[in-house]
Write a protein that binds this ligand. Structure first.
Ligand SMILES: [Zn+2]
Length: 458
């Protein structure tokens, strides 16, 4: 071996799981990158990590988290949220822009980057906002490394003004020119407000009113409209947290007509159905809402058919007091999830509902490719040594007191788990092991690789 090829660390004896298979292999790394995957890579006298009996996964890429900086740090901040990510085997997060103030200009984007970049325990991308009037800011945010742009067609935390269709189209064109993804919260805002007003004036304050105020066709309409517009604008479109059977069927129909779009579902939409409102009340208020079992089953069927591209968390922390709010109209939407995603999905894998390869594909490989993270999502030479060591047989229960967010209130409290994160490595450095965060924040900004347009010349 030449000196250049000498590893500084080798993981031995583990089973490397990729998006399309698994194989017993060593993984050799040097300077934070994987240099070889194969048999018998250990070099005498050099450090090794014994991964015998463990699965070795590429670090998860969660493209949907709200770490609440700036402006809402009583709920979460970049340090606490990325510690939770590290403990959950998530080595890259994409943070949403609906903060206070929202990240809707290049100036705000730069300020946010300065604010968070020294605090991150895992690598991070930052979304900008596609606002009601900021198409002129898209290129500037792209220049600063924006991972993409979030479009709220329906209102959510932060009460941002939803853009009208003309503003959406101009934003889609600007994002397409920058070659970046537009990620959409697809619900029709006018209909949401009308149904909400109706239920409120009828005197309803119970958790289920939130579900009744967001019927499936509100999602179907928004999905149809945004896919139609994105195709016309040649934008790379991603639907965040698709939640209904009808919405998924509309995506299938539009794909059959030639439209291209990726689809995400949330862990919460897969593991909870509307019977859970009786147990958890407003803790599981979510936008879009937790749905009836027929929708949940359709999402699982969609996963099995390959119609769904990404699983994400929508990690959306609030304070413990906020999560206890009894009036559904005063309660916030969302709950934490970045630390429990992998153990919960490993548990689903142990139950035969999907495979660990599926988890790698949906939570690491495909997100890394869709968002052009050139060095993420695979355990292969040239990729970042973001590795998660998993024991698929460990029996545990979800225990908020051992978790790392600021407020560890979770509907999954006490749920039985099969499978656990043993250790997490970020670019070759150990950042989490057996319950403990290791070392100082070492996360870096991930910028999408610039994919040159065919027409752009040399
Ligand atoms: Zn969200």
């Amino acid at each position: 071996m030449s000196d250049n090829a000498t590893p500084d660390l080798v993981f031995t004896g583990g089973t490397v799981v990729s998006h399309d298979g698994r194989r017993r292999n060593d993984v050799a790394i040097r300077d934070g990158r994987i240099i070889a995957v194969g048999e018998d890579l250990a070099v005498e006298g050099l450090p090794t990590v014994d991964a015998t009996g463990l699965l070795v996964l590429p670090g998860l890429v969660d493209v949907h988290v709200h770490l609440r900086e700036p402006g809402m740090t009583e709920k979460e901040d970049f340090a606490s949220g990325t510690r939770a990510a590290a403990a959950g085997g998530v080595t890259t997060v994409v943070d949403m822009p609906n903060t206070s103030p929202p990240v809707a200009t290049a100036e705000r984007y730069r300020q946010k980057l300065d604010l968070v970049k020294e605090k991150a325990y895992v690598d991070f991308g930052l979304y900008g906002m596609l606002d009601h009037d900021n198409a002129d800011e898209i290129a500037g945010m792209a220049e600063l490394g924006a991972m993409g742009f979030k479009l709220f067609m329906g209102q959510t935390t932060g009460d941002n003004r939803c853009p009208n269709d003309a503003a959406i189209f101009r934003g889609l064109e600007a994002a397409a020119a920058a070659g970046l993804v537009v990620g959409v919260h697809a619900e029709n805002d006018h209909l949401l407000r009308m149904f909400g007003d109706r239920l409120r004036s009828s005197g309803r304050t119970d958790p289920r009113a939130h579900l009744e105020g967001r019927p499936a066709f509100v999602e179907v309409e928004a999905v149809t409209r945004i896919i139609t517009m994105a195709t016309e604008a040649k934008a790379k479109l991603h639907i965040h947290h698709l939640s209904t059977a009808d919405g998924l069927q509309r995506v299938r129909d539009l794909r059959a007509e030639g439209h291209r779009v990726s689809v995400e579902v949330l862990v919460g939409h897969l593991l909870l159905d509307d019977t859970a409102y009786d147990t958890y009340g407003n803790l599981i208020k979510l936008n879009p809402p937790i749905r009836p079992a027929a929708d949940v089953n359709a999402l699982w069927a969609g996963l099995g058919l390959g119609d769904i591209d990404v699983i994400a968390t929508d990690h959306a922390p609030h304070t413990a007091a906020e999560q206890a709010e009894q009036d559904v109209w005063k309660a916030y939407g969302g709950f934490i999830g970045v630390e429990t995603m992998l153990p919960l999905l490993l548990t689903a894998a142990a139950q035969g509902r999907l495979t660990v390869e599926d988890i790698v594909r949906l939570c690491s490989y495909t997100p890394a490719r869709k968002w052009s993270m050139a060095a993420k999502g695979q355990v292969a030479p040239g990729f970042d040594a973001d590795l998660v060591l998993v024991d698929p047989a460990t029996q545990a229960v979800v225990d908020g007191t051992s978790m790392h967010s600021k407020h560890n209130v979770t509907p999954y409290e006490g749920w039985a788990l099969t499978g656990a994160v043993v250790a997490t490595y970020l670019r070759g450095g150990l950042i989490y092991e057996k319950g403990a965060i290791i070392g100082n924040p070492a996360g870096r900004q991930v910028r999408p690789a610039r994919v040159p347009l065919a027409t752009a010349g040399a």
